[in-house]
Write a protein that binds this ligand. Structure first.
Ligand code: ADP
Length: 565
């Protein structure tokens, strides 16, 4: 099967393309033995035809790129067919930066990523760059393997120490992290557990909650039994008689080990558990409790770059909600985990990816439609969710930066897809219950499969896997970083930026802009977002040079990069 890439607009073919077409030159794919037509047209931008100065053009392009209106400096548009699973290069949108690998959506996504400013690799390039991934674990997720496969990656053996990989999917050991180079990417940050363990999340967030009680009141009050046992006993003693709590293991998942606690319950001091205030008034749909699995991608902590996925899953309990004391032990009422509810006789499995409001798991899109039908402003609710997600990331940022490799060279070497579990109460307030470091990517239904495969393909496309000629890579001396003065940033503007900014500053800004261009339609950038960045800057524990520079760059209407090009 071949994928037909449609042309947009009126395009005149270049001479070489016509010649190649006429001679019907075909190239054989080393991956699948398929035949490939490589023909693309590099269009002259209209502005060049109308005699604008180069600087005017660059400025115009710059504005368009940041505002998301233009796709490329030279629009490369494909004339013909690209076979499946053929590596494609995503060209950069700005000058002075590197191309990355284009991730085609596998068929299960029922979608096509627009091939804008992209071109298939030539046969020589395929041999030269040899895309490889290392996916750890004995039962790797199918959506991860399929996404790599469709982008033309070969999977190498987990134990293979000799062959170099472009991307590793799985937590790296110390040696792997030490030996990484700037072309390699791993899908976990060192220290990712600062957000991913329930006890560490509480330690990090409670610090901010003390400092900013109003802004950080979205995580239920928590007692770590190791430290707060006596405090909990006192709270239990003085609480009203129908008060409820929920006891959970600090580092487990899937609802394992969770129990409900009432005023009468006897609680032992166990350092592996915590107790959280129970949100007794969840918002219900058709009488059932639910929570939202929200996918959040962090591509960098310095500067902080956070994206939220537009789709996700809504997981329903399978017995109608009640706080009756007789029902306290009924897990199908109080827990919304799929792993718990799939065992319930009432669990309804989704059978069709088109019917996303069917059964015990819905898509966010279906959920939003339902809310709108109920007269609830779903847009506003999701804005609130973005707000609590970002505040959680800001609170863990100091701890993450401590654990991260200090080397600036690895700034873009890691990324992390977090699964936030968010409960909505009857007042439509979102509560962050926990953050999963390795959210389940298993697909138990066609709907699951579609959402999760699109998600992984989008994650890999966004973070940008650079091309790397493995035979010719020499480890150079680490880049030098100038003394950076954060106080100077407010004085930087379009006219003096060339003198005031270093090459590294420009690289960081270019990387930030390029990444936003690759986010596609499914991710929204929640930080740094030009419209909202100023609202969050004061929450950071320490003002960071890179975050401040981006804020200033947006304030100054993003014209600096055209000076640099
Ligand atoms: P796990 O890692 O085992 O999934 P969670 O913290 O996500 O643990 O809790 C499992 C489920 O328990 C949640 O999906 C939610 O339905 C319920 N739950 C957890 N904490 C609370 C809480 N504080 N209030 C109400 N329900 C909760």
């Amino acid at each position: 099967m071949r994928q037909k890439l449609q042309l947009k607009g009126d395009i005149s073919l270049s001479q070489s393309v016509i010649q190649r077409r006429n001679s019907n030159q075909r190239q054989k794919s080393p991956i699948q033995g398929r035949r490939l037509f490589l023909s693309h047209v590099i269009q002259t931008p209209l502005s060049q035809q109308y005699g604008q100065t180069q600087q005017q053009q660059q400025q115009q392009q710059q504005q368009q790129i940041i505002q998301g209106r233009s796709h490329s400096q030279s629009n490369v548009v494909f004339q013909e067919e690209v076979p499946q699973k053929w590596p494609i290069i995503q060209l950069p949108f700005l000058k002075n930066t590197e191309p990355t690998i284009f991730f085609q959506y596998p068929p299960v996504c029922e979608d096509k990523r627009p091939m804008v400013n992209a071109r298939p690799m030539t046969e020589e390039e395929v041999k030269k760059y040899q895309l490889t991934c290392k996916v750890l674990g004995s039962a790797p997720y199918k959506c991860v393997l399929t996404s790599f496969d469709w982008a033309g990656f070969k999977r190498i053996d987990e134990d293979d120490e000799d062959e170099e990989w472009n991307v590793q999917w799985g937590i790296g050991n110390k040696t792997t992290l030490r030996n990484m180079n700037r072309y390699q990417k791993i899908n976990h940050f060192p220290g990712c557990w600062n957000m991913g363990r329930k006890d560490l999340l509480w330690i990090n967030l409670s610090k901010f909650k003390r400092k900013y009680p109003k802004e950080y009141n979205f995580i239920p009050n928590t007692y770590l039994l190791q430290y707060d046992y006596d405090r909990f006993l006192m709270a239990q003693e003085s609480a009203q008689k129908d008060t409820l709590w929920i006891k959970k293991p600090c580092a487990d998942s899937r609802g394992r080990g969770i129990t409900m606690i009432s005023k009468k319950s006897k609680v032992k001091k166990d350092k592996n558990f915590l107790i959280m205030d129970y949100i007794y008034n969840p918002h219900l749909i058709n009488g059932y409790k639910y929570d939202l699995r929200v996918y959040v991608l962090i591509s960098c902590f310095d500067p902080l770059r956070v994206y939220m996925y537009k789709d996700g899953l809504v997981r329903f309990a399978t017995q109608k909600y009640s706080t009756n004391s007789k029902d306290l032990t009924k897990r199908y009422i109080h827990l919304t985990n799929f792993a718990v509810n799939k065992l319930s006789p009432n669990f309804v499995k989704n059978q069709n990816s088109q019917k996303d409001d069917e059964g015990s798991k819905w898509s966010h899109q279906a959920y939003r439609k339902k809310l709108d039908e109920l007269g609830i402003n779903s847009r506003e609710l999701f804005m609130r969710i973005k707000d609590v997600v970002l505040k959680t990331c800001i609170a863990t940022e100091p701890f993450m930066l401590d654990s991260n490799a200090k080397s600036q060279e690895h700034r873009n070497g890691y990324f992390e897809l977090y699964g936030f579990d968010v409960l909505i109460d009857e007042n439509l307030k979102p509560w962050v219950l926990e953050v999963n470091v390795s959210p389940s990517l298993n697909s138990s239904s066609p709907l699951d499969k579609k959402i999760k495969t699109s998600l992984i393909s989008d994650v890999l496309h966004l973070v940008g896997v650079p091309l790397w000629d493995k035979n010719n890579y020499k480890i150079g001396s680490p880049p030098k970083y100038n003394q950076r003065n954060i106080k100077e940033i407010s004085n930087i503007n379009t006219s003096n930026c060339l003198n005031k900014l270093s090459q590294n500053d420009f690289n960081m800004l270019i990387h930030t802009v390029e990444e936003v261009k690759r986010k596609g339609k499914n991710f929204s950038c929640i930080f740094p977002n030009p419209k909202t960045i100023h609202l969050y800057m004061d929450l950071f524990e320490f003002p960071r040079y890179n975050n401040k520079l981006i804020e200033r760059f947006y304030q100054d209407r993003c014209n600096w990069l055209s000076r640099f090009n």
